[in-house]
Design a protein around this ligand. Structure first.
Ligand code: PXL
Length: 276
């Protein structure tokens, strides 16, 4: 059985990070090992959330796995709370990276032109260092702008702008970069990707929905990790991750009682399982 290690927080309520990665990657028939970096009562879009930092437990867990000769087919990081955690994750990557496994870094830190609550100005350059050693990185446009230290452009850009951004993102060191939330026309939204080794770009767009929900980036990244770990091609993995994320948004929007803080990804899991 394949085994993925995902390193991110537990937001107890709010459907993001580990509470999304665990069920989605498990749905692929992949064992999902977790390294929780912190426990929060909710994600940080709520006011008044609690935060129990687990930084000191991270390395001892990894050292125990190393002693037990435990191996992983993929290492996947999402939300990380501090520079210290990023440094520890680098050490963990060095311990468990092999020739035949892959590292996916989702540089979770910002959206809609703004850093998430709690991140200082220096955080993006630290996250850029983690992106250096990844095989695949999946920033949204805001995160990419912070990683490259360029102004965030929300709309009106063209394909050349996106391609140039992707090349610069892989210049940070990652083999492949995927930009999420790209839109050239008002009614289309999708992803644009670049593979530095082959020099090829690929893109996948679907209808833009008039909703935006918290946690969709984590759904996308978790699905991409699952599909890549199952050895699906890069393009079909991207396509599956976009299609599943869009379906999750549709299912959420069709429920008139949906809440603002979490996507109803559970109701779309049967579709994902059929596609695997
Ligand atoms: O969805 C990304 C994410 C993960 N974890 C925490 C967050 C966020 C986004 O705000 O606050 C704690």
């Amino acid at each position: 059985m394949k085994r993925v290690l995902t390193i991110q927080d537990v937001s107890c309520v709010g459907k993001c990070s580990l509470t999304v990665a665990l069920p989605i990657i498990s749905a692929f028939g992949i064992e999902t090992a977790v390294l929780p970096t912190a426990v929060l009562s909710t994600h940080t879009a709520f006011k008044g959330f609690t935060f129990r930092d687990l930084t000191l437990d991270m390395l001892p867990c990894a050292e125990h796995w190393e002693n037990e000769k435990i191996e992983f087919d993929s290492l996947y990081t999402g939300y990380l709370g501090s520079k210290e955690q990023i440094d520890i994750v680098k050490t963990i990557f060095n311990k468990f990276k092999k020739d035949d496994n892959f590292i996916l870094v989702d540089p979770v830190m910002a959206d809609n032109g703004k850093l998430y609550a709690g991140f200082g100005e220096e955080f993006p350059s630290q996250m850029a260092k983690l992106c250096q050693i990844a095989d695949v990185i999946v920033p949204n446009l805001t995160e990419a702008s912070f990683l490259l230290n360029v102004p965030y452009v929300s709309s009106g850009y063209n394909e050349e702008y996106i391609k140039n951004m992707l090349i610069k993102l892989t210049d940070l060191g990652a083999k492949k970069a995927v930009l999420t939330g790209v839109s050239f026309e008002p009614n289309k939204l999708g992803v644009y990707a670049y593979d530095k080794e082959s020099g090829k770009f690929c893109k996948y767009f679907t209808k833009k929905l008039p909703y935006s929900f918290h946690g969709t980036g984590d759904i996308f990244a978790s699905t991409l990790v699952g599909a890549l770990a199952k050895n699906k091609s890069f393009y079909s993995s991207l396509k599956l991750a976009v299609d599943y994320t869009v379906l999750c948004i549709c299912k959420t929007a069709e429920n008139p009682d949906h809440n603002w803080y979490g996507v109803e990804f559970e109701r779309a899991l049967p579709y994902l399982i059929k596609k695997i």
